[in-house]
Design a protein around this ligand. Sequence first.
Ligand code: NOJ
Ligand code: CA
Length: 561
Amino acid sequence: MSTDLTSSLPAGDVVDRMDDPDWWRQAAVYQIYPRSFADANGDGIGDLKGITSKVPYLSALGVDAVWLSPFYPSALADGGYDVDDYREVDPKIGTLADFDEMTAALHAAGIKVIVDIVPNHSSDRHEWFKRALAAPKGSPERDRYIFRDGLGENGDLPPSDWTAAFGGPAWSRVEDGQWYLHLFTPEQPDWNWDNPEVRADFLKTLRFWSDRGVDGFRVDVANLLVKDLPEVLPSKAELDSMDRDSGDYPLADRDEVHEIYADWRRVFNEYDPPRTAVAEAWVDSPARRAKYASPEGLGQAFNFDLLQADFSGPQFHRIITENLEQSRNTGSSSTWVFSNHDVTRHATRYGLPPLNGRKVKQGVEWVAAGGPEDELDRAGGVRRARAATLLMLALPGSSYLYQGEELGLHEVAAIPADRRQDPSFFRGAEYDGLGRDGCRVPIPWTSSGTSFGFGDSDAHLPQPEWFADHSEQSQDGAAGSTLELYRAALGLRRELQAGESLEWIETGREDVLAFRRPNGWVSITNFGGDDVELPDGDVLVASAELDGRSLPGATTAWLKQ
Ligand code: NOJ
Ligand code: CA
């Protein structure tokens, strides 16, 4: 039923798209987790040359930009979000010359490049952290991080009882007895953003990559950075009782953080077209999120509302309406995302019992649902994921896609403990589940062969047998495959996208959502079980087989009126 209207763009269109300063407002951005995408030199780890080799694939897929998770030198204490050097490439996955070659190939194909900036913490192998350790208490070197004396007679108690995001204490002790703060693992010391050298060094990093032709930045935990740390620190219990949405919570989402992003914006605007940014900020209220997305700040912020919702008409309707209103009021454009490297893949989430408002995080739901394979409705999950994605791609704003979702991949549960890498698996606490490795397993390009075409040796995370049925090879050109659905939808989206308005169409059923975009582009989704009659118009593409003019449950169709 899906119509493949994907065509390669004429060269002129590519040039126009690359020069458009507003390209980010309605872009389809594809997230690459570099160490798990494609391994060109056969050492089991994905690399930059591997990405370059897949530019034709990305171009045929029809994405406007790629966002690369960190590729910087790192001991991988947290999958690369522990950065040793912000202005280098990890020698295990390439060189700066490889980066330039990759960027040039992507640009030639009309694809923008977004890199990940990790400003809350470095790694403990960063040159400045090593110098901080070598320098005495109270030195300028230590002031770049957050060092404190401990409590108790000998200072051998941490300065506070806070816990880190992946479990364990948020303070670690160094040789001379002082403690340093790390909101994540001990290998990720937090920067002190009150220190002018830290601020200046990040501006240098932004210019470094912008000068190399990078088009935008994804800003890791953009809401943390600035902290209010008085002499006597609040206890964990006191923190837990505070309002996180007031702008005055000591550790996150403080109003002063926006001064940093105003400085960054001035750097972005030195370039033509201006560099763009998207904030990763898990803040609860859309109003707080809007501050990150302001034109004087980062310009855009991830909206994780749909990602945390069930496959439900009323939930989708409320979230879409609220977020479009929010972005209209603030001059930003909305973002939409179902999957990324931190959460259980959406095909899997939709194959498990509904969340009913519980939080979805990093595989927890997967475990809560009764363990690996048994409770998962694999086919149903993929079917709902396809319907949800087709709806998302018709929305005004930017859609963020995560590598492998276009192959209909499920989360991989069956990874033995001794092959797992994610610190959240080992450190337990808040995310006591299987951790995030299950969505980071290397991509199956072929249906057989070593690591399913990922590279010439075993992949760094084990791939399951069922990857064979999800490979690019098995789906390329196959009518009805998830890959062909994404290609058709992304091609059509590029042709049809105009304006940022959306008009709801009354369907008489709360489990059926339909809306019209400019130029008579209509999307209709049946979230329920009973068929519904399609509205007028020619069917352009559908997420599942249609029965004449009847739209079955868990299906989306696009029409042209
Ligand atoms: C958010 C990133 O997406 C996640 O992967 C990482 O563990 C934390 N930030 C810490 O950098
Ligand atoms: Ca490699």
